[in-house]
Write a protein that binds this ligand. Sequence first.
Ligand code: TGC
Ligand code: FAD
Length: 397
Amino acid sequence: APQFNWEDPLNAKNLLTEEELAISEMAERYCQEHLAPRVLQAYRDEHYDPKILQEMGELGLLGATIKGYGCAGVSTVASALITRAVERVDSGYRSGMSVQSSLVMGAIHDFGTEELKEKYLPQLAKGKIIGAFGLTEPNHGSDPGSMETTAREHPTKQGYYLLKGSKTWITNSPIADVLVVWARLQETGKIRGFLVDRSMCPPGALETPAIKNKTGLRASITGMIHLEDCPVPKEHMFPDVEGLKGPFTCLNSARYGIALGVMGALEDCIARARTYALERRQFKGNPLAKYQLVQKKLADATTDAAYGVLAAIQVGRLKDEGKATPEMISMIKRQNCDRALWNARVLQEIFGGNAVSDEYHIGRHVANLYVTQTYEGQSDIHTLILGRAITGIQAFV
Ligand code: TGC
Ligand code: FAD
């Protein structure tokens, strides 16, 4: 007879192929053996070890959906099972990887010339070079369409643009070798994508200071990008994409990865809270797990995690069949991030005072999940994207 499994309540495994199961198991093993032991110290020190991307690269975990260029060419669901495994350890580790895979390799793969793909994708796939993605600016976060960063023809040096402006809250920027920067082309007023290679920038033209003392996502590195008339060769502008469609196409993949990723963080909270509730005793020697109020917290979180995993698998399948819409991705990104944050926060209560010690890990997940609900479109922005699709009326402006 079928047995209920609290770790996979709706038997999502049943929907996965043999290959997806194998990739998931391999990624989970790497993350538990090699990432979990270092996350506590990394989070305390606000330190991101770039070797992590090399380790992931050696296992074929980066840019995993891309076919060719040294990438694994796996299904969308398989790539999101990787983000879920990484985020079970820490959202910051998943963040560093998502930017490299979906936002940088994805942009080069979808929009770059063949020369750019051959030059950069294999090295990014191995984690030998690191990428960042600059869309958000100090004055324009939810509304990137109003960005102020510009690109103009170099007045004296033929074949170059000059980039000028600032980006902020950019994952990986302080350690990035290549930065995908979105800027408004002065000639046309249209947003275009540029691949800025740090090794080609003269001193002072590109600065990427770190943003320190974050209250979440401390195991990832975040910074700014300052471009002061930075010369970029014309071949480094993505040729065939104009407007917000460029960055948002990359964001569709990254948002998808987050939707299953955050379920990993929530599942880790559930597993830890369950263990704690079974071990901790209060009132006549009863484990906390005996109390109905505690059981409700575990039941709610487990239900939301199970629903979230199924919805993400369904949208991943549709994405590979070319049938997914951006609104579907907004729906699962919003719902899964919101439910992960809400449930993690409630499960935190089970740990009582011990939740305040970082050694119980729950506080770290709660702080990280706030960020996941905020970046790549804050949840209320996704609400408005859905509201627009439902009513036909846009409510942003
Ligand atoms: P709107 O008029 O809606 O669209 C402008 C153009 O873009 C196209 N488009 C999309 N194309 C593909 N996929 C999507 N999801 C798309 N969404 C829009 C659209 O078709 C249109 O094309 P065209 O050809 O007609 O010009 O634009 P709007 O200015 O009204 O935008 C509104 C809004 C709120 C939807 C949008 O700006 C938004 O989503 N804001 C949120 C900003 C955001 O997500 N920023 C992410 C920054 S990157 C990041 O956070 C990385 S963190 C990574 C990590 O560390 O893991
Ligand atoms: P704002 O746009 O100022 O919004 C503030 C609040 O107002 C939000 O709750 C929002 O929902 C609400 N709001 C805004 N407009 C409306 C409206 N019309 N109606 C109702 N409510 C509204 N960006 C990148 O480009 N690349 C990265 O790699 C990257 N990494 C990040 C890493 C971290 C750790 C963090 C914190 C952020 C990162 N971001 C990155 C930036 C992130 O995408 C933005 O923070 C996010 O898009 C929100 O923009 P904002 O912070 O400017 O908030």
